[in-house]
Ligand binder design. Structure first.
Ligand code: GLA
Length: 721
């Protein structure tokens, strides 16, 4: 059978079938249309090994002598005894190709197992792979793991992945690739603050804009593993799988299991090339929210008023927001029955009659009559024991026990005083759907901030593990509510960024990257979240002057320049902001509105700056008209530098032969924050009047930059000259 060759956007995927199974021959750079006879790739066979070459299967299997992590682990249960058909021998039975997509079916008729693999190479070079396993046997088949993996070239010698915690999501860690398996396990029942958004293997020292990189992401919001497996024979596979609980998936005869999608990107231009593939995929989806309307300026009430809900005061906040040019007002936690703090009320999705005797209508009216959309916070998957629903339906609370809580079943430990509603129970699912559906029907709500504030620990249904089923049931809740209310946008929040993955982003329109609104932390959180998720989908708010989560104090310009490179908003009691600071805030809102088209469609550029105290990033657009903004960059100082002055900083990513006019647009000499921003007797010569240079000059020579104080930033605008 001829090899399968998918090519797109400088990426090739070649799958051969010579061995009878599907083998990934190449994933990486485009190889051109004509392939040689792949027989040239047959490797030598070493001593003291199986007497044949070992293919890097699309599903690596022990029956081909794969001694690394197998893609499939499972067993047949015959007459109540498990362990049969533990080793399969999958052979290709069918290959269908349609454009840049293919379906490869491999089967082992003796073991009664068939695996069908869907592969698509999207515009922009992003590869999407998922397997479906079907039990064709006559007895149940227990699936322990089905992983989706890809080989990376031997040139990849370093691994970068991300980790984090509450208020410090998506921080990178790097290590050399040694023999052995590097596994990132997520047992949170949700994606997790520490989950690796991306696992990237690359050539030595790969950076933002240099080096070859092979990167994967697992699109799943439940338990999962992502790994890099380097074998003694020198080969490395990268990939991921859903982490299934004990006997969680037992397939009856004829039943199937489908893996989460593995997304994979290759770049020969460092991490920026990886981001480009992901962004291009996001932006080409029909439901991509930025394609229908610009992302509105948000005011979220959380860090402004917390649980202190009061109609008059909230109308004051709405008025203040409208005066500043806010376009969406989001009422956060605290509006529903009994919810005076975080100890009660979750699950009772009724407007609190004491606080809101006339419902939410008066506030919604105050918001919408001022030209803003109204958004509402909900946390549908959760329940407090102190709630009407928990008292009426204790059997709806998730428990590891076969007995329901009603009959004395043990509950998992509390987390923020809350438990989980068992969405696998159809009645509970229907109740939650009905409540949220009614809220959306009865009120003029354009937006839901959908929160999820605890790990799913000891998560069971009827005494058996059920994170898998719960994750699918939660997905179905999103999907059905979206179907019933297609115009309502949904944000995925999970104590900040604990549910950021392409599974949840398939059904939501933005993520809340972190509960930390400290601009310094946000610089890093947003940079690394932005490795995969484009800025128009990453909520980014100006928080209070002194951060509530770190107690650091930052000038408004630093907070605002940070928030500008995401879906911009505020989470701050802006009624208290007056005088020059209010004028500055207004200017930033104006700047965001003026440039959001560019910021949310442009190519994201992150420079490799030698000085570790500086970050330079920007959005580069495609416009060529004279005078129009072609790019916006921020130069950010995160700490003091080892150098007296930054010297010339190269600005990459502009069009080499185009001429640009560059100017610093914030802060300028007239702005309140100007004096704090720099520490210099004299600024670089070009700063006062701006400068003109070609993209090539700016990338190769750069510009001498002003000396920034730590935790300050300047905004640079590049117009077509
Ligand atoms: C979580 C969210 C916050 C806020 C609170 C409300 O922590 O991440 O943004 O909505 O819940 O309780």
């Amino acid at each position: 059978m001829d090899p399968l060759h998918l090519r797109h956007a400088a990426t090739s995927l070649v799958i051969g079938f010579d061995n009878g199974e599907a083998e990934v021959i190449h994933w990486g750079a485009d190889l051109g249309a004509v392939l040689p006879d792949l027989g040239i790739l047959v490797e030598p066979v070493p001593h003291s090994a199986i007497d044949a070459r070992v293919p890097a299967g699309l599903l690596p299997q022990a029956s081909s002598s794969w001694r690394g992590r197998p893609a499939l682990r499972g067993q047949r249960i015959v007459d109540g005894v498990a362990g049969y058909d533990f080793s399969v021998r999958l052979r290709v039975t069918e290959v269908q190709v349609k454009g840049n997509a293919a379906i490869i079916v491999q089967a082992d008729p003796d073991a009664g197992v068939t695996v069908s693999t869907d592969i698509a190479l999207h515009d922009g070079g992003l590869l999407e792979l998922r397997h479906t396993l079907t039990n064709h046997g006559s007895s149940p088949y227990q699936l322990d793991e089905l992983a989706t993996v890809l080989p990376v070239a031997p040139a990849a010698v370093e691994l970068l992945d991300l980790t984090g915690r509450w208020c410090r999501e998506n921080h990178p860690q790097r290590r050399p690739l040694h023999q052995g398996t590097w596994v990132r396990s997520g047992r949170h029942g949700r994606t997790g603050h520490d989950s690796s958004l991306l696992l990237a293997a690359g050539t030595e020292g790969f950076g933002n804009r240099h080096g070859k990189v092979w990167a994967t992401h697992l699109a799943w919001s439940g338990d999962h593993e992502q790994f890099a497996d380097t074998l003694a024979d020198g080969r490395t596979m990268v990939g991921g799988s859903e982490l299934l609980g004990s006997s969680e998936v037992i397939l009856a005869p004829g039943a199937s299991y489908t893996t989460p999608a593995l997304f994979a990107a290759y770049s020969d231009r460092g991490l920026d090339g990886i981001s480009e593939s992901f962004y291009s995929w996001f932006r080409s989806r029909p439901q991509h929210v930025n394609n229908s309307k610009p992302r509105p300026v948000v005011l979220n009430t959380w860090e402004a008023v917390y649980f202190d809900h009061n109609l008059e005061s909230l109308i004051g906040l709405a008025q203040s927001a409208a005066d500043l040019g806010v376009e969406r007002f989001v009422l956060d936690d605290g509006w529903f029955r009994g919810r005076r703090d975080d100890r009660a009320g979750l699950g009772d999705w009724y407007v609190d009659e004491d606080l809101w005797p006339n419902g939410l209508a008066p506030l919604i009216e105050a918001v919408t009559s001022r030209g803003m959309e109204f958004g509402l916070w909900v946390e549908p998957e959760m329940v407090n024991l102190d709630s009407e629903v928990a008292r009426a339906h204790p059997d709806w609370i998730v428990s590891p026990s076969a007995l329901s809580h009603k009959d004395g079943g043990r509950l998992p430990l509390e987390w923020r005083n809350q438990h989980i509603i068992d969405l696998v129970n159809p009645e509970a699912w229907q109740y939650i759907f009905g409540q949220i559906d009614a809220l959306l029907r009865d009120n003029n709500i354009s937006y839901l901030k959908w929160d999820q504030n605890r790990d799913l620990t000891e998560h069971g249904h009827a005494g058996r593990p059920s994170v898998h089923a719960q994750t699918l049931a939660a997905y179905r809740l999103f999907d059905e509510l979206k179907k019933a209310h297609p115009a309502v946008e949904i944000e995925s929040c999970s104590s900040g960024g604990a549910r950021v993955d392409l599974g949840i982003l398939e059904r939501t329109d933005r993520i809340w990257a972190s509960d930390c609104n400290d601009a310094l932390e946000r610089q890093s959180i947003q940079r690394w979240t932005g490795l995969v998720v484009p800025p128009e989908l990453v909520g980014s708010h100006i928080g209070p002057t002194t951060s509530h989560t770190t107690a650091r104090t930052h000038d408004l310009s630093f907070r605002a320049i940070t928030a500008l490179f995401g879906h911009f908003g505020m989470e701050w009691d802006i009624r208290q902001v007056s005088g020059a600071e209010r004028e500055e805030l207004k200017r930033f809102i104006g700047l965001y509105k003026e440039h959001r088209g560019l910021l949310h469609t442009g190519r994201m550029v992150r420079a490799d700056v030698g000085d570790p105290s500086l970050m330079l990033h920007g959005a580069v657009g495609t416009s060529v008209e004279e005078g129009t903004t072609a790019a916006l960059f921020a130069l950010v100082s995160t700490r003091t530098s080892f150098a007296e002055q930054p010297g010339r900083i190269a600005i990459p990513g502009l069009v080499p032969d185009r001429h640009y006019r560059v100017e610093a647009i914030f802060p300028g000499p007239a702005d309140a924050d100007y004096a704090h921003t720099f520490t210099q007797i004299q600024p670089p010569a070009w700063l006062a009047e701006g400068a003109q240079a070609s993209g090539r000059f700016l990338a190769e020579v750069g510009l001498p930059m002003p000396i920034l104080n730590p935790e300050h930033a300047i905004l640079l605008k590049f117009s077509n000259a």
